[in-house]
Design a protein around this ligand. Structure first.
Ligand code: ZN
Length: 202
């Protein structure tokens, strides 16, 4: 049986592809912490140049107030973080390489740190500093979506541009609507590879 001494912090990660329910799972955990009267701070990366509070939204329409940061180390300076019992970081794949150090700092100081993130980019490659957070976390849950092509469990995010698989050199895009991303399994996931010869010919 696990024991959770009150003063010990830890890190937990909720990862998976798009449409695997990461934000819903994050909010499920936050609601239970809130019911227990714990102090919660929710953070997400700013997707534009403004600093403002925003909401993390799940596909079932529920939301939670979040504070936006441009850089991972700004999390340590946010109001309420020093006193928080729980620090939740949503869309963490968009934060910089300081994220693992920030997570460690908070967990070492007794916080429960919950990180929700894509673990792979649209090419199926490890996404940013998320792998380092996965390695240091006490608990990892990898959620599965359902493959939009064959219905199998899906752990990859298919990027589509005008209905066609995106190329491996297309830049990473931060947010996509359903019309340009879907969940796919390993077998159905496609990345348009560009070989060197065709690049020269281009
Ligand atoms: Zn499939």
């Amino acid at each position: 049986m696990r024991r959770f001494p009150q003063l010990d912090g830890w890190a937990e990660v909720i990862c998976g592809s798009m449409f695997s329910g990461k934000s819903e799972e994050l909010m499920r955990r936050l609601r239970r912490a809130a019911i227990a009267g714990q102090r919660i701070v929710v953070v997400k990366p700013a997707l534009d140049m403004r600093y403002e509070a925003t909401k993390i939204c799940s596909h079932d329409g529920r939301d939670w107030e979040a504070q936006c940061v441009q850089r991972a180390d700004e999390i340590l300076l946010l109001p309420g973080v020093e006193e928080a019992d729980v620090v939740a970081i949503d869309e963490a794949q968009f934060l910089d390489e300081e994220l693992p150090a920030v997570v460690r700092f908070l967990a070492d100081r007794g916080k429960r740190v919950i990180v929700a993130a894509l673990d792979q980019d649209f090419r199926g490659e490890p996404f940013g500093s998320v792998p380092a957070v996965l390695a240091m976390a006490e608990f990892v849950d990898k959620l599965q979506a359902i493959c939009a092509t064959c219905g199998a469990p899906a752990s990859r995010t298919q990027r589509l541009i005008e209905g066609q698989p995106a190329g491996e050199h297309d830049p990473l895009v931060r947010v996509g609507g359903k019309e340009s991303y879907e969940a796919r399994c390993r077998r159905c996931h496609e990345v348009r590879r560009v070989d060197n010869m065709s690049m020269w010919e281009g």
